[in-house]
Ligand binder design. Structure first.
Ligand code: NOJ
Ligand code: CA
Length: 679
């Protein structure tokens, strides 16, 4: 029973605290399927557990903290009180994969205090939605705990280690940040894993562990300490402390998305719902859009970021890209390598970067004036090489410069091994931080505010993981934070066929990704490093991998040689009213439909791993009163990523909501479909 909401809850609570180990309170999702119980065990350790439709999905996991200078919050607690609340609101996204988001949840707050009267107290706030739950710690001001250094957070996510579950995960705390291929393993193979980590239980229930609203705190990795016990391992500062804070403070939400099958996970809005509303006010200046750029040429070694005869970012080249963007309706042109600092081994020499000084063959004013005339905007670039000691003092002036020439979007970059973010500490000494430690988390927030003051939006590469802060700061458009397209140019190995079939169910659950799709010259470079997709699959990425900014990453001349495929890239929007996952299994296949923002047209993307397969998809998401023409870009009869990647068939046929689509996907194939409303 739900003690907390019972009219006599205070009585029951009094009774239960008197009996050690007997106290418990619980809360259910609005649909009743997810059930979270909070309790205090016999030694006064706060715990929580969860079940789904009567099946225990998470046995009791402990809660708590250790501090550098104060007694820990680990055992010896009792419950001082509880409170419940419920909400059912709908809020609007300025841009997104859906316009309206319903926030319907039940909440339980449990207040803990020391059982022996010592001054220790905190609350756990739990919110349970139909698509999962989140909980966070709220630590009030209390004697002896003004300034606190957290040395460990004791939160456990527990799974039954005996169950033959499957997990999709990338290693945590390793040098290449989030840029690993996903592992598909049993639970026992996991040591430290980044989140989101997705798990399929034998019952078919899918769980994804992550966090929401990571603000002024360290990210965590899941650390399997004992079989089935995944503990939060907070990323440390360079001095070993995990989080430096003071009471009162709140932690980010620890989240568990729960779905009856893989596809349902994709429709989850839990992470956004657990973030604070927009803090920036009017954000009509934040502009989703597609872009091209001086980029792939460098990754494929046809041009250089550095100065010299091959320099990519010249005034003349930028004008050509602006002409191309204007001709084909792209909003932005990204230019990398225009500012001083790229000569020599910039990876290890971030101090060289000058964010307001161009190379002599690049005239910023001339190209931005030219872009404005053509109705296109330059997209700025700040590659910091993770030297924030060098970048932060230049940041405000660099954004001023961009603002003065009409740049509205900046791609930032933090290329460096994980743990090698450089900053100057209070003693003037250079120290090394992690990409997901509290220092860097706070850097990103500082940067977003500086950018917002100048109506500039951000697309972060080598970022901290996304925890849904786009809701609070809608100028945080997108980020990388996984292996993107660039690995197909130089990665060892390049992205295998399965990679983009794992991403939607893992990395993408955290938010938009700047994967930079749209390579149409799939095998132009060498045998090893090529795009391991068919052309139709590459097109489907624009629908499947959500981002409000999408690059057409290939060279203009390659698009000019492939007008048929390019047409889809020109037609596909980046901003949506609705998104519906139609089918999928993690790492096998996925199909997603999205309705264009402010227009009656739908787009559908479907793709598969190396296994060819046939998908039968109902079009019942369409409006039953509207007639449509489906423009289908699909794998041709000989298509196979290895042997015939370019075998693309484009066909048109009328469809309605009553129809079913049969899609044949080739090995590493896909389909990209524009479903245009005709009346
Ligand atoms: C890595 C980024 O992911 C990539 O897009 C960029 O071109 C390079 N860094 C250089 O900044
Ligand atoms: Ca990268």
């Amino acid at each position: 029973m739900n003690y907390a909401s019972h009219p006599l809850s205070w009585l029951l609570a009094l009774w239960s605290v008197a009996v050690p180990g007997a106290w418990a309170a619980d809360v259910r999702s609005p649909d009743g399927r997810i059930h979270v119980t909070v309790n205090v065990d016999a030694s006064g350790i706060p715990e929580y557990s969860a079940s789904y439709q009567g099946e225990e999905i998470m046995p009791a996991g402990k809660l708590g903290f250790r501090f550098e200078a104060q007694p820990a919050f680990d055992a010896g607690f009792r419950v001082a009180g509880t409170a419940t609340a419920s909400r059912d609101d709908t809020w609007e996204q300025p841009w997104g994969e859906r316009r309206f988001v319903r926030d319907r949840h039940n909440e339980l707050r449990v207040d803990f205090e020391s059982a022996n009267g010592a001054p220790r107290k905190f609350s756990l706030r739990v919110r349970v939605f139909d698509d999962g739950f989140g909980f966070r710690y709220e630590v009030p001001e209390q004697p002896g705990y003004r300034a606190v250094n957290i040395t460990d957070e004791l939160t456990e996510f527990r799974l039954d280690p005996e169950l033959p579950a499957t997990a999709w995960w990338i290693p945590g705390r390793r040098y290449n940040r989030y840029e690993y291929l996903y592992n598909t393993t049993g639970l026992d193979a996991i040591h430290m894993a980044h989140t989101p980590m997705t798990v399929r239980l034998p019952s078919g229930v899918h769980l994804s562990f992550h966090e929401a609203a990571l603000v002024d705190y360290a990210a965590y990795v899941l650390d399997q300490r004992r079989d089935g016990v995944f503990k939060t391992n907070l990323t440390p500062w360079s001095d070993g402390v995990r989080v430096k804070t003071q009471t009162p403070f709140k932690t980010p939400w620890r989240t568990v998305q729960v779905a009856p099958n893989a596809a349902k996970l994709l429709d989850s809005t839990l992470i956004l719902n657990l973030n604070e509303p927009n803090k920036l006010g009017d954000v009509s200046w934040v502009e989703p859009g597609k872009y091209v750029g001086i980029w792939w040429a460098m990754h494929t070694k046809q041009a250089t970021w550095a100065s010299g005869p091959q320099h990519g970012a010249t005034t003349a080249a930028t004008r050509r890209y602006i002409d191309f963007a204007a001709k084909h309706g792209f909003a932005g042109v990204l230019v990398e390598g225009w500012n001083l600092g790229w000569d020599g081994d910039w990876f290890f020499n971030g101090k060289q970067f000058r964010f307001s000084e161009p190379y002599p063959d690049f005239d910023l004013k001339a190209v931005t004036d030219y872009a404005r005339k053509k109705g296109v905007r330059l997209i700025g670039h700040h590659e910091t090489a993770a030297d924030l000691g060098n970048y932060e003092p230049q940041m405000a002036a660099a954004f001023d410069l961009y603002e003065s020439v009409g740049v509205r979007q900046v791609k930032t970059g933090y290329v460096a091994d994980a743990g090698d973010i450089r900053r100057i500490d209070a003693n003037g000494v250079e120290v090394h931080e992690w990409h997901d430690g509290q220092f860097t988390v706070n850097h990103h927030e500082r940067l977003l505010r500086e950018a917002a003051k100048r109506k500039i939006s951000i697309n972060t590469h080598e970022p901290v993981k996304d925890t849904g802060l786009r809701r609070t700061y809608p100028n945080w458009l997108s980020r990388e934070g996984a292996r993107g397209q660039e690995y197909n140019a130089w990665g060892t190995p390049p992205n295998p066929p399965e990679h983009v079939v794992v991403l939607p169910f893992t990395r993408m659950l955290s938010g938009p990704m700047d994967y930079t799709p749209g390579i149409v010259a799939l095998d132009g470079y060498d045998d090893e490093n090529r795009v391991r997709h068919t052309l139709a699959k590459e097109l489907s990425l624009y629908v499947v991998l959500y981002s409000p900014v999408q690059m057409a990453a290939d060279l203009p001349e390659n698009y000019e040689r492939n007008p048929q495929a390019f047409q889809f890239i020109k037609d596909v929007p980046v901003d949506w009213d609705e998104s519906v996952a139609l089918a999928g299994e993690v790492g096998d296949y996925v199909a997603i439909a999205r309705k264009q923002r402010g227009a009656p047209h739908w787009f559908l993307g479907a793709l598969t791993d190396e296994q060819p397969r046939q998908l039968t998809l109902k079009l019942d998401f369409l409006d039953p009163r509207t007639r449509y023409v489906a423009e289908i870009y699909r794998d041709g009869p000989r298509a196979d990523w290895r042997t015939h990647p370019y075998d693309l068939v484009v066909e048109r046929r009328p469809v309605t909501a009553a129809d079913t689509l049969e899609l044949k996907l080739a090995s590493s194939g896909g389909a990209a479909i524009r479903i245009r409303a005709t009346r």
